[in-house]
Design a protein around this ligand. Structure first.
Ligand SMILES: NC(=O)C1=CN([C@@H]2O[C@H](COP(=O)(O)OP(=O)(O)OC[C@H]3O[C@@H](n4cnc5c(N)ncnc54)[C@H](OP(=O)(O)O)[C@@H]3O)[C@@H](O)[C@H]2O)C=CC1
Ligand SMILES: O=C(CO)COP(=O)(O)O
Ligand SMILES: [Zn+2]
Length: 348
């Protein structure tokens, strides 16, 4: 059978205060039997409590779970709370949304994505990126049945999170270069439509850096919509290939090395500067774009050591060996990694 399934959300709501309409939206979608709200310790007060009120106002039975730690154990814990008629609402950052996505997929129930910030492109994608000691990358799950994105809450989220979302999008530039390389060198299947959508998403950010400002609802809308289009590129490809290449394996390596990793998008942004240099591309454009959206461009700005950068660079090719990238099968030598990081100003 040569059929591919592309999953997209059925309904997408973006707007100020839309969170207060959650109950009504769930009723309209017939997702009103029983709802499990997953949220984080901070996002409970910021968003989830209003979601719960809105659901209860419509007489929908609600269970709540605060996700403290993101792991396969938390996915299992959440799965145990899911009955066949439960709808799972993920209200929070990328980690909460990923747990909601994977647990609902395991139990074959609907999932609604309710991002409280715009920090990553997993908002609509059908993949969940949950780490375990063996795999550092995303697992197959399903797309949300609906997305409810409150642009007021997102605009008021820490600007650092929005900057990280922009950096996750800018990283599509090198992800696509890696995909094209793997297509030419290894005959890996390549989708022109997914790649175009991915590049368009990255350009939407670099063409509009001046419009991305703290506390502005228009900025939040722009970044959310662009994260949607990048997530859709992932859906079309059926893998994170259009949005995750060597810059992401650099970030995944940092996640393994650091006791307290930085934000996903921040690490990927710095990785993009490094990998674009390896491609002989315009890495200064990447660095300037990241600076313009307020994202870190060096080890110092990430708050990590120069040694962490070199270790992550030399480890990156081991993270997902089946996904061919500019780092090749053997990776980069320590000397070359040092030169690369120095020349791009990532280390001093
Ligand atoms: N599935 C996919 O395709 C993808 C998945 N990812 C994954 O997503 C994760 C990264 O997501 P990210 O959002 O950066 O990290 P987190 O989910 O850890 O969120 C970062 C922090 O921001 C807080 N926060 C969220 N919204 C607000 C708000 N409105 N106001 C104040 N604080 C807020 C969270 O609070 P709280 O403590 O309440 O949670 C948390 O402390 C990674 O695990 C990454 O692998 C990334 C890209 C794609
Ligand atoms: O972060 C992602 C896309 O931005 C998902 O990537 P991974 O598949 O590498 O986890
Ligand atoms: Zn990413």
């Amino acid at each position: 059978m040569n059929t591919r399934k592309i999953q997209m959300p059925r309904e997408v709501y973006i707007g100020p205060d839309v969170i207060y309409e959650t109950g009504e939206i769930c009723k309209d979608l017939h997702l009103d039997n029983k709802v499990l709200v997953l949220t984080g310790p901070n996002t409970y007060d910021i968003a989830a409590k209003h979601v719960i009120e809105s659901l209860e106002d419509k007489d929908i039975e609600v269970d709540v779970k605060i996700v403290e730690k993101v792991s396969y154990d938390s996915v299992d814990e959440v799965s145990e709370m899911i009955a066949p008629n439960t709808t799972v609402l993920g209200v929070g950052g990328g980690k909460v949304i990923d747990v909601a996505k994977l647990a609902s997929f395991d139990k074959n129930v609907f999932f609604v994505s309710m991002p409280t910030t715009a920090s990553h492109d997993g908002i609509v994608s059908p993949l969940a990126s949950i780490k375990n000691p063996k795999t550092a990358t995303s697992a197959k799950a399903h797309a949300p049945i609906a997305v409810i994105a409150d642009s007021k809450i997102i605009a008021n989220s820490p600007f650092r999170l929005l900057s990280a979302g922009c950096a996750d999008l800018i990283s599509n530039f090198t992800a696509i270069k890696d995909w094209q390389l793997a297509h030419r060198l290894k005959n890996e299947p390549y989708s022109e439509s997914a790649a175009s959508l991915s590049i368009m998403s990255a350009k939407m950010i670099t063409d509009n850096v001046d419009s991305i400002k703290p506390g502005l609802e228009e900025s939040a809308r722009l970044v959310v919509k662009t994260l949607f289009s990048s997530g859709m590129a992932i859906s079309i490809a059926g893998s994170s290939r259009p949005a995750s290449g060597s810059e992401h394996t650099f970030s995944h390596a940092l996640d393994k090395i650091l006791d307290k990793p930085c934000l996903h998008g921040e690490q990927c942004g710095v990785g993009t500067i490094l990998m674009m240099y390896l491609y002989g591309g315009d890495w200064k454009f990447i660095r300037n774009s990241l600076k313009a959206v307020g994202a870190p461009t060096s080890a110092k700005e990430l708050g990590i050591s120069d040694e962490n950068v070199i270790d992550a660079l030399t480890m990156a090719h081991t993270i997902r060996p089946e996904r061919y990238t500019i780092l090749g099968d053997n990776g980069i030598s320590e000397d070359a990694a040092y030169e690369l990081a120095l020349k791009t100003g990532v280390i001093k």
